[in-house]
Write a protein that binds this ligand. Structure first.
Ligand code: HEM
Length: 364
């Protein structure tokens, strides 16, 4: 597509697709030309991800502080302990599913801790975040309809859960992110309950599946060509590079959409006001004009300014957290299981999603 049709109008979806690095970067950076105000589920208020300035700027300022690399360093010992505990539980097993047994629970427990909700509720969390990111590419209209009904039902359940937690924390604030958000003020006013729960939902949906897939895709990239696994095992300094290369080479978020705020001309194509424009991050990150040998996984790659966490005002808030989790998880996995291999005739089962990219399971 990058060569033959770098800007493509998808008649069925009624949306423009952009495939080149420069175009995707431009789409994400030009918040004055493209809006993030996506349609919401019934009864929903917009969260950070789907707001434009000035509201976006105000909300982002509230939560930014909790997600700086320095603030997140506080979580390092807790995440390290969790990684160790999850891996201890796998001792003695012949086959381990890296995703189900490890990469799947880790981010949910971490975000539950940061928000300040009991991690005994982890299974509920996981169920909600899975259903919220599912679909709708390659689905029949009927399947989309039934998924939407299921999403609404789960969302209701999740909101009732958060309403109770918010009420408890209003009475008895703690040192956690929900308490910080409750006490924060925007233009002298506190956030309403529905704005707080929209934020909780966003953190669940945006942070779990994506981080699971970063760890899962990362281990798959190392094991697909086992000489890379062996090299990284011998030279652990390559691990940060392997994480960045995974983000580029098998980007957990493949696409991001925007809506044109005005008529726009792009390389001879006329994008009309209100039309949806999709930036294909997965393609941009393989653009040969930006990355040498773009289709090769190279943990020692020198220039790796990928778009896996987006760009501009909506740049991923959780990027330092995702990087920290992967940086603690991957070396320990490799250390504990230096002989791990992919089974012969492994049938890979990808997640069903139009924009999240990863595997349902990865047995080793
Ligand atoms: C935004 C990717 C992990 C929270 C984004 C965006 C991308 C992205 C591409 C930009 C969306 C846009 O421009 O419309 C990823 C990837 C992750 C990851 C690949 C893991 C490997 C996390 C984590 C959290 C998080 C762990 C939090 C716990 C957010 C939030 C936003 C966001 C709140 C919205 C920021 C805004 O609109 O200002 N993420 N994310 N993400 N991400 Fe992440």
């Amino acid at each position: 597509m990058r060569e033959e049709s770098p800007i493509h109008f998808d008649e069925q979806a009624g949306a423009w697709d952009l495939f080149l690095f420069d175009d995707v970067e431009w789409l994400l950076k030009e918040a004055s030309l493209f809006s993030s105000e996506r349609p919401t589920l019934e009864g929903d208020v917009r969260s950070l991800l789907s707001l434009d300035p000035p509201k976006h700027t105000q909300l982002r300022a509230i939560v930014n502080k909790a997600f700086t690399p320095r603030e997140l360093e506080m979580w390092r010992p807790r995440i390290q302990t969790l990684v160790t505990k999850l891996l201890d539980d796998l001792k003695g097993k012949d086959t381990v599913d890296i995703i189900r047994d490890f990469a799947y629970p880790l981010p949910v427990i971490v975000i539950a801790d940061i928000l300040g909700v009991p991690y005994e509720d982890m299974d509920k969390f996981k169920e909600w975040s899975d259903i919220l990111v599912e679909g709708p590419k390659s689905m029949t209209a009927e399947a989309v309809e039934s998924l939407l009904t299921e999403k609404l039902a789960k969302q209701k359940e999740m909101y009732a859960y958060f309403d109770e937690i918010i009420a408890q924390k209003r009475k008895n604030p703690q040192e956690d992110l929900i308490s910080v958000i409750i006490s924060a003020e925007v233009d002298g006013a506190k956030l309403a309950d529905n704005e707080i729960r929209a934020f909780c939902k966003l953190l669940l949906a945006a942070g779990n599946e994506t981080t699971t897939n970063l760890i899962g895709n990362g281990m798959y990239c190392l094991l697909e060509d086992r000489s890379i696994f062996e090299r990284v095992n011998k030279e652990p300094d390559l691990i940060p590079g392997a994480i960045e290369e995974t983000l580029r080479f098998r980007s957990p978020v493949q696409a991001i959409n925007r809506f044109a705020k005005q008529d726009i001309e792009l390389r001879g194509h006329s994008i009309k006001k209100g039309q949806e424009v999709v930036g294909w991050i997965g393609s941009a990150n393989r653009d040969e004009t930006h990355f040498l040998y773009a289709d090769t996984f190279d943990p020692a790659r020198q220039q790796n300014k990928h778009l896996a966490f987006g760009k501009g005002i909506h740049f991923c808030l959780g990027a330092p957290l995702a990087r920290l989790e992967a940086a603690l998880a991957m070396p320990e996995l490799i250390n504990r299981f230096p002989d791990m291999r992919l089974p012969e005739n492994l049938q890979l089962e990808p997640i069903v999603s139009g924009f999240v990219y990863g595997l349902k399971s990865l047995p080793v």
